[in-house]
Design a protein around this ligand. Structure first.
Ligand SMILES: NC(=O)c1ccc[n+]([C@@H]2O[C@H](COP(=O)([O-])OP(=O)(O)OC[C@H]3O[C@@H](n4cnc5c(N)ncnc54)[C@H](O)[C@@H]3O)[C@@H](O)[C@H]2O)c1
Length: 315
């Protein structure tokens, strides 16, 4: 799709993807079609098919935007980084691991940049946000960095859960998400509002079904993921005046490197508990939901389970 000129006729994206004449074009590439439909990313498509692809608005939201993906070197964040880049975003991967982070950024070519970031350190997170904001309008922050833990409240030897382990998981999963959310939103707030709604961008946090169905040994993990779920609504309410949406995805069991330590037999057992599809989720399916949330301006303050209808048993 290319930018149209006033008076030019052609196919235009938008509700119905109609054919018409651009009546007015603003600097920020906003157009108005005769007939009164306002269109983001204003453009003229060469064919009706091209416009139909843009009809949902997905491409227009993502194309030309900058996305910060924490934990983007691997797994769910990695698949999302690839999809966002494929849809035209510049993607900054903020991850603690330089090896996988650099590889991922290279894979994305000119659309990817790796910034080594420990999400538990607000100075490092701010640096990643600054780098992202320098590349263009930062409109998407996906918090996917996270870690697991396994320890019972009181173990078989009668010892209480380690407070250090609890703090470690809280720092990565909760505090890290808090920094990504707050520092990211402060940067999104500085971008120009878009469209009739005055939307600036969206933050997506990653929880887990363990927020609701914590299993044996998931005390710390569930505590952090429950807190991540709980943050979305107040954050969405706080950020409403700025035109920033906040949502949470609560994945079930996905086949990512986080699960690589698990023996295949255990993965097969997990799959048996999933009603349908009877398999672990693919990271690309998580990325598809990220894309939907970015593109759908009405999803806000919500937590969406993405889990094949699994409800976790105690163990
Ligand atoms: N895989 C699953 O089944 C599943 C299920 C529910 C929730 N989740 C959540 O999804 C998120 C992504 O998990 P994944 O499966 O893709 O795991 P993953 O291990 O493949 O990816 C996590 C990424 O986070 C990075 N990371 C860890 N600590 C960090 C820190 N302090 N600072 C910056 N980066 C850090 C890692 O280097 C890694 O690249 C996590 O929050 C996880 O809890 C995963």
């Amino acid at each position: 799709m290319r930018k149209g000129k006033v008076g030019e006729s052609g196919w235009y994206p938008g509700i119905g993807g109609g054919k018409g004449r651009i009546a007015w074009v603003e600097e920020r590439e906003r157009g108005r079609i005769s007939g009164g439909v306002w269109v983001e990313g204003a453009g003229r498509c060469e064919t009706q098919e091209e416009c139909a692809r843009d009809e949902t608005g997905y491409d227009m939201e993502i194309k030309g935007a900058v996305a910060l993906v924490t934990g983007g070197a691997s797994g769910l964040g990695g698949a999302s980084a690839s999809l966002l880049a494929a849809r035209g975003a510049k993607v900054v991967i903020a991850d603690i691991r330089p090896d996988t982070g650099e590889v991922k950024a290279k894979e994305l070519g000119e659309s990817g940049l790796f910034v080594q970031t420990d999400m538990t350190d607000p100075v490092q997170v701010q640096h990643a946000v600054d780098v992202a904001s320098e590349l263009g309008p930062l409109r998407i922050v996906l918090n996917a960095a996270g870690t697991g833990s396994a320890s019972r409240t009181v173990n078989r030897r009668g010892e209480p859960h380690s407070a250090d382990m609890f703090d470690f998981v809280v720092n990565v999963n909760l505090r890290g998400t808090f920094y990504g959310l707050t520092l990211g939103a402060a940067a999104i707030a500085k971008t120009d509002p878009l469209g009739e709604d005055g939307a600036r961008g969206v933050v997506i946090n990653t929880a887990s079904v363990a927020a609701f169905d914590g299993q044996i040994g998931q005390l710390a993990y569930s505590a952090t993921k429950g807190a991540v779920v709980a943050m979305a609504l107040p954050a969405a309410r706080d950020l409403a005046v700025l035109g920033i949406r906040v949502n949470t995805i609560a994945p079930g069991t996905f086949d990512t490197p986080l699960m690589s330590l698990m023996p295949q037999a255990k993965k097969d057992e997990l799959a048996l508990n999933i009603p349908f599809p009877k398999r672990l989720g693919h990271a690309e399916e998580y990325a598809m939901l990220v894309e939907s949330i970015v593109g759908n301006p009405y999803i806000n303050g919500e937590c969406i389970r993405l889990d094949g209808a699994i409800r976790m048993p105690p163990k």
